[in-house]
Ligand binder design. Structure first.
Ligand code: SAH
Ligand code: SF4
Ligand code: F3S
Length: 466
């Protein structure tokens, strides 16, 4: 077989058959795990001749990689599908075919309901079966409307291509790497255990190989991802059970990998080895996203978070003792069923006590199928809105105070991409802030020492110190 190919390709007049160029437009909603998945899907399609386009109208295939976390997120998908239906019709009138696929958590949660509600959709594919995407598209080409939402028995990561060098370069000097998927925590408000399934950890060797590939392509910073990333565990090269702390340790041995981060963590899974990693590994950035959701023990219990505010505060004290310059970010939900004014005041108090460099906060959104949806005592929308406004004002105040406190400091900056002004680059501080600095584009990927000179609403300003 090999010989045959050699003979054939030796003939100068025989063109090597390559698939026709087709264009895919991927729209990503939701969390970083979807960003990672969208890239993997694009990579999987590349071998069938698909190239990415930023222009939806040019696409032969439009893929929506969706999020189901709140009602609004899911609604967005159906309005996007309405617009796509019209585009598909218009293109068909011009004799051009356009396939529409829905991937991600809405695909997993709603499955054939999408095919029923949106007749223009050709394919619905859940996050556990992305490696079957090329095959599924072939079925669409044969005229089928495809639903792929079973939990695959095979390991999808073994079948999904790792990012290649050219694509990784184009994506920049920072990269995501999913190490863990799914969640067994079953917080009563959350759809993730239903859309992403139960917890699965990728094996050490697979992760190390992918990280090495990224670094070989010029990546300087890797963020390990998981719905519950610090629940990651696996058998290490030494035959021992490893947790995320040991995995981070192993990854620091990759030469050229300057920075590591991980997200999102659950407070209950912050073990000693992970805390020690914050103490021992200079590559591990001093920034931790550690959501608590509420500052009321009563509500934490109703949410099934399975820890108290005192335990959370004590945990943070331990991590900060290990890494004193650590800054925190968090997630909050206001208006969980039964949340009283006092419960909400407890949340404000907790935020005052902890002090966040950044945080995300949301009104509770009832998700069908979760235990929270069955609870009485739902909080009225206007009450939720008022609470959210107060919480966000406090969190913004803290974020600004954190940025102001950076002024005058000299920090390491990873130069990532061109800035808005010519001669300017944007870099990331250790605490994930965007920082504008005058630098040459040839310096992208370098880590430079800068002094912070000012703070705007969403970014900092700095000058390089020699
Ligand atoms: N695994 C992470 C969270 C993933 S979802 C953790 O354990 O914290 C991201 C955030 O969305 C959550 O932290 C929560 O603040 C928010 N969220 C999840 N379900 C929600 C809902 N039903 N309504 C409002 N916000 C929600
Ligand atoms: Fe959802 Fe809770 Fe799992 Fe986070 S830990 S993904 S909030 S169920
Ligand atoms: Fe959304 Fe699914 Fe992520 S519901 S937040 S895309 S895991």
């Amino acid at each position: 077989m090999t010989q045959e190919i050699a003979v054939l390709s030796a003939k100068p007049d025989m063109a090597v058959e390559s698939p026709p160029v087709r264009k895919v437009f991927v729209k990503t909603y939701g969390c970083q795990m979807n960003v990672y998945d969208s890239d993997r899907m694009t990579d999987a399609l590349a071998k069938d001749g698909y190239v990415s386009t930023d222009v939806m109208e040019d696409a032969d295939l439009v893929l929506l990689n969706t999020c189901h976390i709140r009602e609004k997120a899911a609604e967005k998908v159906y309005s996007a599908l309405g617009r796509l239906r019209d585009l598909k019709k218009k293109k068909a009138g011009e004799g051009r075919e356009m396939m529409i696929g829905v991937a991600g958590c809405v695909a997993q949660a709603e499955g054939d309901e999408i095919l029923r509600r949106a007749p223009a959709v050709d394919l619905v594919i859940g996050p556990q079966t992305y490696h079957r995407l090329p095959e599924a598209l072939k079925r669409v080409k044969r005229g089928e409307r495809v639903l792929e939402t079973d939990y695959a028995i095979e390991d999808k990561f073994e079948h999904l291509p790792a990012p290649d060098k050219a694509k990784t370069r184009a994506r920049g000097v920072t990269a995501f790497l999913t190490v863990q998927e799914g969640c067994d925590k079953f917080c009563t408000f959350c759809v993730v255990p239903y859309t992403r399934g139960s917890e699965v950890s990728r094996p050490v060797a697979q992760i190390v190989a992918e990280a090495q590939k990224l670094v070989d392509a010029g990546v300087r910073e890797i963020t390990l991802l998981g719905q519950n990333v610090n629940a990651w565990h696996g058998v290490g090269a030494d035959g021992e059970q490893w947790g995320l702390g040991e995995l981070l340790n192993r990854l620091t041995r990759i030469e050229g990998l300057a920075r590591l981060r991980y997200t999102t963590s659950h407070p209950r899974d912050m073990d000693d080895s992970l805390i020690n990693a914050h103490r021992d590994l200079p590559q591990l950035m001093p920034y931790l996203h550690l959501p608590i959701q509420s500052g009321s023990n009563r509500i934490l219990k109703a949410m099934n978070r399975r820890h108290t505010t005192a335990e959370y505060i004590a945990l943070i004290a331990r991590i900060k003792a290990a890494r004193p310059d650590l800054a925190l970010s968090g997630d909050f939900i206001v208006g969980f069923p039964g949340e009283t004014d006092e419960d909400f005041e407890d949340t404000l108090r907790l935020v005052e006590t902890v002090g966040y460099a950044q945080a995300f906060s949301f009104k509770y959104s009832t998700r069908p199928g979760t235990p929270g949806a069955e609870l009485g005592d739902q909080v009225p929308e206007d009450v939720k809105a008022k609470r959210l406004e107060r919480l966000q004002a406090l969190l913004l105040e803290q974020q600004n105070a954190f940025a102001q406190a950076c002024i005058g400091k000299t920090i390491d900056l990873l130069l990532e991409k061109p800035g808005r002004m010519p001669g300017q680059l944007i870099g990331r501080s250790p605490w994930l802030q965007s920082v504008n600095v005058d630098a040459k584009s040839s310096q992208i990927g370098d880590i430079v020492s800068v002094r912070i000179t000012g703070a705007g609403p969403n970014s900092l300003f700095a000058e390089v110190v020699s």
